[in-house]
Design a protein around this ligand. Structure first.
Ligand SMILES: [Zn+2]
Length: 364
């Protein structure tokens, strides 16, 4: 039903034409260079109701931005009608649900829009009119691909959340760093915490959250980070998840840390529920728990593609970490503050709620 609504809605001419003709047609853009890891990762189908968008820039400073249903190819259509451009961003948006849209123009113009269906995309397009070299980065509020990473029973409580306050230094009365708006009540995050921590007994089964491919399963000596911990060899795993195909792929990497045992290895193809190992207390950990982070490899503020093939020894840069619970949608003025701060600095990534209905672990 959603797909039908989306297609009908998008049959209207909502595609935006280039604001100016390029001075010189240069043919099709360079082929998209995907890393071997992305190409080796089986695709998760695009969820119902989700469409494709494309942001193109031309050497003249002209730009084009178009959004369609999932069966179309807006980049190819725009490049066919006005050749010579380069795809700056291409990915997924929600035809009826919420979307965050950031536009950044060559002259420094930057802004965001947040609304339902195509409203935010149209508004961002209107904001950018008259400016040159504008690139549009879109994120659906929800892209439901993840199942739970551990058994939902026992119902395990979260002890630390994603630190939206990074750089904001919001403190509670007892000095604990809070989420920027403390939006989850008693949930807290310490400065720079880039994921979620759930306490659980050693041996609790940990599983893949969606179809994907194990990028890295490693043991890492964390003595230099956490010299006072009792188990200094941290067991951790990175699992890549790719939604959609071709230039519209949205790419994520889930990072699990502090395994007691690992039962998957690099290159393994996994499905939702495939066992990765068991929870433990290895590395920078003061009690058995799962630390789960999610990183975006597509359509960040600064990059169409981020190379996630080779994480640094300490994981990925926090610049592309996202909150898989996304951000509250309760008020239009609210916007993922951490992401927006980073957007203004030229990097950062918009959070997306990646959980399937009923699959998100507790956050209290
Ligand atoms: Zn943690």
């Amino acid at each position: 039903m959603l797909n039908v609504l989306l297609a009908a809605m998008l049959a209207a001419p909502v595609s935006a034409a280039p604001t100016a003709k390029p001075t010189k047609a240069k043919g099709l853009p360079a082929m998209l260079a995907e890393t071997a890891a992305v190409l080796a990762t089986p695709a998760i189908p695009i969820p119902a109701g989700i469409g494709k968008y494309c942001s193109i820039v031309y050497p003249s400073g002209a730009w084009a931005f178009s959004f369609t249903d999932a069966n179309q190819d807006p980049c190819a259509d725009m490049l066919a009608s006005t050749p010579g451009g380069t795809v700056a961003r291409a990915g997924l948006w929600d035809g009826t649900g919420g979307n965050n849209v950031v536009y950044q123009c060559a002259g420094g113009g930057i802004g965001l829009q947040k609304d339902y269906g195509d409203k935010a995309l149209k508004a961002a397009f209107d904001d950018a009119l008259g400016q040159k070299g504008c690139v549009f980065t879109v994120a659906p509020l929800e892209l439901p691909i993840f199942s739970h990473p551990f058994p939902t029973k026992p119902n395990l409580g979260m002890t630390n959340g994603f630190d939206f306050a990074h750089g904001f230094k919001v403190l509670s009365n007892n000095g604990i760093e809070l989420d920027h708006v403390n939006r989850h009540g008693n949930n807290v995050a310490y400065d720079g915490h880039n994921g979620f921590d759930w306490m659980m007994p050693t041996g609790t089964k940990l599983v893949a959250m969606a179809k994907g491919r194990v990028l890295i399963a490693q043991t890492r000596d964390v003595t230099s980070f956490c010299p006072n911990e009792d188990e200094l060899i941290q067991k951790e795993m990175f699992v890549m998840h790719v939604v959609g195909t071709g230039r519209y792929k949205e790419i994520f990497v889930a990072y699990y840390a502090h395994f007691d045992t690992m039962s998957a290895e690099a290159g393994d193809i996994v499905e939702a529920g495939t066992k990765l190992g068991t929870a433990g207390d290895t590395g920078c950990s003061t009690g058995p728990h799962l630390h789960l982070s999610v990183v975006r490899g597509s359509n960040t503020a600064a990059h169409y593609r981020v190379n996630l093939e080779s994480p640094t020894p300490s994981g990925y840069t926090i610049q592309t970490d996202i909150d898989p619970y996304a951000f509250s949608w309760s008020a239009k003025a609210e916007f993922d503050p951490w992401a927006w701060r980073k957007m203004n600095q030229g990097h950062g990534a918009l959070s997306i709620d990646l959980w399937k209905s009923g699959q998100a672990p507790r956050r209290d």
